[in-house]
Design a protein around this ligand. Structure first.
Ligand SMILES: [Zn+2]
Ligand SMILES: [Zn+2]
Length: 90
């Protein structure tokens, strides 16, 4: 039997999502958001140059072919690399 695979992507804002949650679901979200996993996520560093974070590094992956790491607070290795290359050329 041939298989048909479809992937649906729905784009909604966090606010729209919350507006559609029932009170008990909101309580569950409240509990989840206070758990270590999400607290850590909220405190994740963000690169001040490209805006990537520990959780969204797709742009760096496209640029350098590998995920970045933190060179300095709020400066990722992908951006540090481009800064160095410019310095070497001069
Ligand atoms: Zn960066
Ligand atoms: Zn990155």
């Amino acid at each position: 039997m041939p298989k048909l695979q479809k992937i649906f992507t729905l784009e909604i804002s966090p606010e729209q999502f919350l507006n559609n949650c029932s009170p008990s679901e909101l309580k569950e979200i409240d509990l989840l958001i206070q758990s270590n996993h999400y607290v850590k996520r909220m405190e994740s560093q963000t690169c001040s140059v490209c805006g990537c974070s520990d959780y969204d590094c797709r742009d760096c992956m496209q640029k350098t072919g590998k995920p970045c790491y933190w060179i300095e607070p709020n400066l990722c290795s992908a951006c540090a690399g481009t800064i160095k290359e410019i310095e070497n050329e001069s």
